[in-house]
Design a protein around this ligand. Structure first.
Ligand code: SF4
Ligand code: SF4
Length: 341
């Protein structure tokens, strides 16, 4: 993204009548870009704040291999949340995240070394762990890794569409996701000081009647937008590049006019409308209908169905059964959810 596009993104979003705007700079790989782009964007946000705009929060989501001195200087200078994509132990991470053909298996070592560097200079970070099909039977191994490395982790089921709309590898099958999450939950909930895990905190909270925070459990897609490097606007990065989901381009239209167009209203409505099954479902409060981008058969005319619906139901049932039969662990559950209560 150029400095100019990044500035337009900041100016347009901070002109909205909202309490706060979170800018999540991701890629591709954001740390491959010139740090001057983000520095300039933050300075633009600071100028707009003095002119009465809402405050901004900045986050980067990185593969953790490109922390140059220039980037580290910027990250020390401004309060920028850091998210590192790390898919557990090396044998999983390296399988799907080769850095280049010449260095196909070195990526995990680099990420671990860079995380140690961040810790040494006092920069906190969270991790995003994508659960792939090959992890179906490895929940304990992955939990132990997360726990040993004292990571704050967000688990994300891998989901890729093929050209025919079919789900393709390394996406995780719903049965495998269910198995993985139940086993991971059992390890997590029994731990005296469980590592932070946002998806489990949300699922446990939902079962206990606490409103989840994450969009994929809230049917809150309307709060998210994604801007491509050329200024094209989409509803969430999971739709990035899908021509039929493009809302407009910030280089040629104002954000206000894009958001108030009938085209945007139609796309928003198609994303926000829940599959029929959800309205009858006992888990709707906790589940929210799932991530809109993970539906099968979704078009502007058809809501489709949530691919991981069956997995969600079985994980919720597992959590509920566990809580009902382990009342003494209720306080541990509260501790695990930290600030949610
Ligand atoms: S579990 Fe399935 S049916 Fe129930 S709310 Fe979630 S996606 Fe909808
Ligand atoms: S499409 Fe999925 S990830 Fe994107 S905002 Fe909606 S629920 Fe969240």
């Amino acid at each position: 993204m150029t400095i100019e596009t990044a500035s337009i993104v900041c100016e347009q979003f901070l002109s909205l009548p909202v309490k706060r705007v979170d800018f999540n700079w991701h890629g591709g790989e954001p740390l491959l870009s010139d740090p001057a782009v983000l520095r300039n964007a933050i300075q633009t946000q600071q100028r707009l704040l003095t002119e009465g705009s809402a405050p901004a929060i900045n986050k980067i989501q990185t593969n953790g291999t490109h922390f140059s001195d220039e980037w580290l200087t910027l990250l020390c200078e401004y309060p920028i949340d850091i998210g590192i994509s790390l898919d557990g132990p090396a044998r999983f991470h390296n399988r799907h995240r080769s850095v280049t053909d010449e260095r196909p298996t070195s990526c995990h070592d680099e990420v671990m070394a860079n995380m140690a560097k961040l810790r040494k200079i006092g920069l906190p970070f969270g991790t995003l762990l994508v659960i792939t099909e090959d992890m179906a039977f490895a929940a304990k191994e992955i939990f132990d890794f997360v726990n040993d490395e004292q990571l704050s982790v967000d688990l994300l089921p891998c989901f890729f569409h093929g050209t025919l709309g079919n789900v393709v590898p390394p996406s995780i099958h719903p049965h495998s996701l269910s198995r993985f999450m139940q086993e991971y939950f059992d390890e997590w909930i029994r731990h005296p000081d469980p590592p932070t895990c946002r998806i489990l905190e949300d699922m446990l909270g939902g079962v206990l009647g606490i409103k989840p925070r994450t969009c994929a459990f809230r049917n809150h897609c309307h709060e998210f937008y994604s801007v491509d490097t050329d200024g094209r606007l989409y509803p969430c990065d999971l739709f990035l590049g899908q021509q039929d989901m493009c809302l407009g381009n910030l280089h040629s239209e104002s954000l206000h006019s894009i958001l108030s167009s009938p085209h945007t209203a139609a796309i928003r409505s198609s994303i926000a409308t829940l599959p029929d099954d959800c309205n009858e479902c006992d888990w709707l409060f906790a589940c929210g209908g799932g991530c809109s981008a993970h539906r099968i058969g979704q078009t502007l005319d058809s809501v489709g169905r949530y691919y991981f619906c069956g997995a969600r139901k079985s994980i919720f049932k597992h959590i509920e059964a566990f809580m009902l039969s382990n009342a003494s662990l209720f306080s541990t559950a509260k501790a695990a959810m930290r600030g949610m209560l």
